[in-house]
Design a protein around this ligand. Structure first.
Ligand SMILES: CCCCCCCC(=O)SCCNC(=O)CCNC(=O)[C@H](O)C(C)(C)COP(=O)(O)OP(=O)(O)OC[C@H]1O[C@@H](n2cnc3c(N)ncnc32)[C@H](O)[C@@H]1OP(=O)(O)O
Length: 218
């Protein structure tokens, strides 16, 4: 298999890398696959012990050189702030789904997603905190695209129906309004036919520090 990688200098700048995956993107996806495999594995104990030793060696190789800087914050053409280390969207964060969102013509944030078994809370259902994390992100993006980027002040959730994993779902969010440094948005995770599973409203506050000239940190 031949994979066209982004050049080494592009790895910390998704915009420069374009659509080509970086080596770090590929490693990240491999680690996601590994985590899924761990959750579902049924191999015998002695095999688990051997695999653990191999993984410990790989972990040491990765730790041989640690990054000292954060992944840079960039804005995609639709104005959505992104950085590769983000816990929900980050292409370089194995913990991230990753969620891929876009802005529709009416300003709605829309992301098609499918949770995995690693997101399980109650048996057969997605953990409520995982749903909250996704909604925090898309509501925050809706506010950011509307020009009111901020930190989550409050996030209110209504869990309407159990959220399944392994099935296609849709997360959407809309900006509502701004008063001073406070902006509101609402959103939901739903089945593809629009049936809501979790509904959210959120207040996002542009920190006083940002307006005083100190850079934000999302
Ligand atoms: C595009 C990327 C999307 C990313 C989405 C994900 C976003 C996140 O997860 S952010 C992480 C979670 N949130 C946090 O960590 C926030 C922690 N809190 C803080 O940093 C600060 O308390 C912060 C920024 C919210 C407010 O600080 P500051 O700017 O000093 O606000 P302050 O001047 O005290 O208050 C401003 C107004 O907001 C109100 N307010 C402050 N905090 C809150 C709150 N938590 N809830 C409701 N209202 C609040 C105040 O009462 C005040 O209201 P008013 O103007 O009517 O008197």
């Amino acid at each position: 298999m031949t994979i066209e990688l982004a050049s080494a200098g592009d790895t910390e700048d998704p915009a420069a890398a374009g659509d080509r995956p970086s080596a770090l993107d590929l490693l990240t996806q491999q680690v996601r696959d590994l985590v899924d495999a761990v959750v579902l594995t049924g191999v015998p104990q002695d095999e688990l012990v051997e695999i653990t030793a191999e993984l410990a060696a790989l972990t040491d190789r990765l730790r041989a050189l640690r990054r000292t800087s954060r992944h840079p914050l960039a804005f995609d053409p639709e104005g959505v702030p992104r950085h590769a280390g983000n816990a929900v969207t980050g292409s370089a964060n194995p913990y991230a789904l990753p969620l891929v969102s876009r802005v529709t013509s009416d300003g709605t944030i829309r992301a098609e997603l499918s949770f995995r078994q690693i997101h399980e809370g109650p048996p057969t259902s997605v953990h409520g905190g995982v749903s909250a994390m996704v909604l925090d992100q898309v509501l925050g993006q809706a506010v950011a695209v509307a020009g009111g980027a901020g930190m989550t002040g409050t996030l209110t959730l209504r869990y309407v129906r159990r959220v399944p994993y392994g099935e296609p779902l849709v997360a959407t969010a809309e900006y509502l309004r701004t008063e001073g440094r406070k902006s509101w948005a609402e959103g939901r995770i739903a089945l593809p036919d629009g049936t809501p599973l979790v509904e959210a409203t959120g207040l996002f506050i542009t920190p006083r520090l940002w307006t005083e000239g100190t850079a934000g940190s999302q």
